[in-house]
Design a protein around this ligand. Structure first.
Ligand SMILES: Cc1cc2nc3c(=O)[nH]c(=O)nc-3n(C[C@H](O)[C@H](O)[C@H](O)COP(=O)(O)O)c2cc1C
Length: 294
C-alpha cells in the first residue's frame, strides 16, 4: 500500500479450511468469488493449526487462481486461542514452527503470515521472530500487539522495526494507522517501510488511502454513497436486516464527524431497518464533518 493513494492488496477475513477432500463452506462463496476489482490482488487468509487442511485449502485456492495464501497468527478471541489457533499458535512455538515448515514445503502457493508479537508479553517476540526468519515466508505482516492486548493498548512499533531489520523476506506493518499523519510518522521512523495493512482506519474512513497519497478527505456525498453501497451489500448478503452490521460501521466512522457523540446517541435507538435508514439519512443531512485528521 499504496502508491498514488490506492490500495493494491486485499486480505480476506480469515477462512476456516474445509476438511481434506471437501470444498470451502458455502458461507465463503462471496469472499472467494473472483469477480469485481481484479486490479486488487486478493490474498485469502486461513485460520487453522492443521497442516493437512492448510495444504488442501491452498490447493483449492491455487485452482481458483490465487497467488498467495496467508496464515492467521493473531486472532485473539478465547474460543479460537483455546483451540491453539490464531494467536493461540504463539503459545507453542515448536508446534508453530513445525506447522509452518510443513506447509511451506507442501503448499502449492507461497505462504505469508500475519502475526502478533506475543501471547502475553513483548518479550516473546525475539524468539518468535527468530522462528519466522528460519522459514521461507512470502511476507510477514506484523501487528505489534500481544494477544492479551486484543485491539487496545499501544502498538510496539520497535518490534516491527526489529522484524524489518532481521527478516530475510518482506515485512509489512499493521496497527493503528487512522490518518495520513499516522502513516507519515511510521514511514519517518522506519523509512524502509514498503507495505502497510490498514484495518479499522480504512473501514471507518473510505478515503484513508487517498489521503495517505496526498488527496482530499471524503466529502459528505461521497461518505453517503459509500454508506449506501455498504448497507445494500450487507442487506443482500444477509438477506435482511443489516442494522447491527451498520451500527458497527458507525462505531468506526463516527470519528469523521464533528460531533461523534451525537452520532452514537442517534444510532443507539435504531432497531428496525426503516428506523435506521431515517436516522442515517438525518445524520448525512444535519451533522457536519470534522476537520480531517492529518
Ligand atoms: C472486527 C474485526 C475483524 C477482524 N478480522 C480479522 C481477520 O479476519 N484476520 C486478520 O488477520 N485480522 C483481523 N482483524 C485485525 C485487523 O486486521 C488488525 O490486525 C487490527 O485491527 C489492528 O490494525 P488496525 O488498527 O489497522 O485495525 C480484525 C479486526 C477487527 C476489529
Amino acid at each position: 500500500m499504496p502508491a498514488a493513494g490506492r490500495l493494491d492488496r486485499y486480505y480476506t477475513p480469515f477462512l476456516i479450511p474445509p476438511r481434506v477432500g471437501h470444498p470451502f463452506a458455502s458461507r465463503y462463496a462471496r469472499e472467494l468469488c473472483q469477480e469485481g476489482d481484479r486490479d486488487l490482488d486478493v490474498v485469502p487468509q486461513l485460520l487453522t493449526k492443521d497442516a493437512d487442511e492448510f495444504v488442501w485449502a491452498a490447493g483449492l485456492l491455487a485452482e481458483m487462481g490465487y497467488a498467495e495464501v496467508n496464515l492467521n497468527v493473531g486472532y485473539p478471541s478465547g474460543t479460537v486461542t483455546g483451540k491453539g489457533r490464531g494467536a493461540g499458535l504463539l503459545r507453542d512455538l515448536p508446534a508453530l514452527e513445525a506447522l509452518l515448515q510443513d506447509v511451506c514445503e507442501r503448499s502449492p502457493l507461497p505462504v505469508s503470515v500475519k502475526t502478533r508479537i506475543g501471547f502475553a508479553s513483548d518479550d516473546e517476540f525475539d524468539e518468535i521472530l527468530a522462528l519466522y526468519c528460519r522459514l521461507p515466508l512470502a511476507e510477514l505482516i506484523v501487528h505489534p500487539r500481544v494477544r492479551e492486548d486484543y485491539y487496545r493498548g499501544a502498538v510496539r512499533r520497535e518490534a516491527y522495526g526489529e522484524a524489518l531489520a532481521r527478516a530475510p523476506f518482506p515485512v509489512a506493518y499493521n496497527g493503528d494507522i487512522f490518518s495520513a499523519g499516522d502513516f507519515a510518522s511510521l514511514v519517518a521512523a522506519f523509512p524502509q517501510t514498503r507495505h502497510v495493512m490498514l484495518g479499522r482506519g480504512l473501514v471507518g474512513n473510505p478515503a484513508l488511502a487517498r489521503m495517505i497519497g496526498g488527496g482530499p478527505a471524503a466529502s459528505m456525498p461521497e461518505l453517503e454513497r459509500f454508506h449506501d453501497e455498504l448497507y445494500g451489500a450487507y442487506e443482500a448478503e444477509m438477506g435482511g436486516n443489516a442494522v447491527f452490521r451498520m451500527k458497527e460501521w458507525w462505531s468506526y466512522a463516527k470519528g469523521l464527524f464533528a460531533n461523534p457523540r451525537a452520532i452514537e446517541r442517534a444510532m443507539r435507538k435504531a432497531r428496525k431497518a426503516a428506523e435506521y435508514e431515517a436516522v442515517a439519512s438525518k445524520v448525512f443531512r444535519c451533522e457536519g464533518l470534522a476537520s480531517p485528521r492529518r
